[in-house]
Design a protein around this ligand. Sequence first.
Ligand code: AMP
Length: 541
Amino acid sequence: MLGLMQDWPLTVPKILEHALRYHAEREVVTRVPEGGIERYTYADLGARARRVAKLLRKLGVRRGEVVGTCATNTSRHMEVWYGLMGIGAVCHTLNPRLFAEQLVYICNHAEDRYVFLDGAFVGIAEALAPKCPSVRGFVFLTDRAHMPETELENAFCYEELLSEVDDDVEWCELDENEAAGLCYTSGTTGNPKGVLYSHRSNVLHAMSVVQPDSFGLGSRSVVLPVVPMFHANAWALTFAAPMVGAKLVMPGADLSGSALHELFETEGVTFTAAVPTVWLGLLDFMEANDLRLSSLQRVVIGGSACPRVALEKFEEVYGVDVTHGWGMTEMSPVGTNSCLKAGMESWPRDAQIFQKLKQGRPAFGVEMRVVDDDGKELPRDGKAFGRLLVRGAAIAKGYHKGEGGQVLDAQGFFDTGDVATLDPHGYMQITDRAKDVIKSGGEWISSIELENLAVGHPEVLEAAVIGVPHPKWDERPLLIVVRREGSRVSKAGLLAFMRGKVANWWLPDDVAFVDEIPHTATGKIQKRTLREKFAEHPAAD
Ligand code: AMP
């Protein structure tokens, strides 16, 4: 017998319409990349998104076609998202930190019709223009006064185009399974692969992240997404905030400690989310200038493992609750959060920190299991580690245009490429990316655990651990360190600091001091480059 409930497609325009009906006066504030703060309301956002929709139709963009955006977190960028998705076009976020050749490949693969970009990325438009025949024009998200100088023939000014259209437009009646967004993920091998989000997956994922044990957002929240809209949908915050009527504070291009701190304080921000490097920068800035945080309640740290020092400082010095989060582009992206469960409030502080530093447990909508190399499920005992597989409502079942082939196993699980443990409380802990684990004497060493330990040293700015070839042990860990300014900490000093905190045979054989550690376009340590650089590193006896 079928249920007798309404068929109410879960589509992105419904999020905006809900915000307009119930939270029209709530503010959206932007630090504009060209300078200054602009503020308007969800009512304005809605009206301007409609004008974008009208403009797109005028430009000939049709339902199902793909349009690129290459922009920082601003209200204009958000208008374009909602305008695009509202007419059934697919919003393709391009990461401006990628190399030009990668952007050319991605733009051609996606067949972008237009690209909307920040003025600062005019160089990207110029690199794409001669090589991407599908792109009919580049629309700069600015006004005439701030248009970048360019020889491009098909460069347009966003504000000028918008001023030529009105907002008299209806959203498309969409099927919830239609594509809404496209984001390419750059694997270490092969070409970048496109993750194609649907309206349904975006809505369900946003409903999931607002829950108390996930991001905990509501109409009284003031949300500042530092995580970029061009990398994994700003962790759903641009959908989640209007869904619950939270005030949004968009940081634009300046993600420095001073710029963020100023916005936190002047706008009364209660919630924010970013990768660890951003937070280490902010913590340094606040410490050096003896500053406090007066409104911030929760910070989500994810994208890379949360260093203990960041968690401790936020919670103990600044009184801000830290949630460690894990996810990936293919998961929309949020997979887990490390919020404590009932009963854990009374645990000793050290045990709580240990638990919160795990990557966490999923909200409803994500299933996880850990398997060995033969695909056999491993016990959830917090010790056995293997490949982490996931299944759920907002997780990719394949890549755009079939790239990468079949990606699900017989039970419909997706292999994350991460190696992890699951504990009896349901918390997952990543020990490594599968390709980064260090295999020493037939046993595995977790590079992430060693890195976390090393950055706990007060004189270490950043640390990476890789396996280097060893004639007897196969591989041994090498610790690569960027020292803080003025620090002279030595190899012996660092190893002494780490000794006793991990098994002795896990301790790195050597420490290399460098000025800089290379990062990928999404802010992760580029281990492949490090492995190449240190391939000839002499083995210890
Ligand atoms: P991306 O698709 O670029 O967001 O990258 C996803 C990958 O980032 C995951 O598969 C993990 O390897 C890594 N990652 C994300 N969050 C964390 C975290 N909290 N701790 C460790 N690794 C993480």
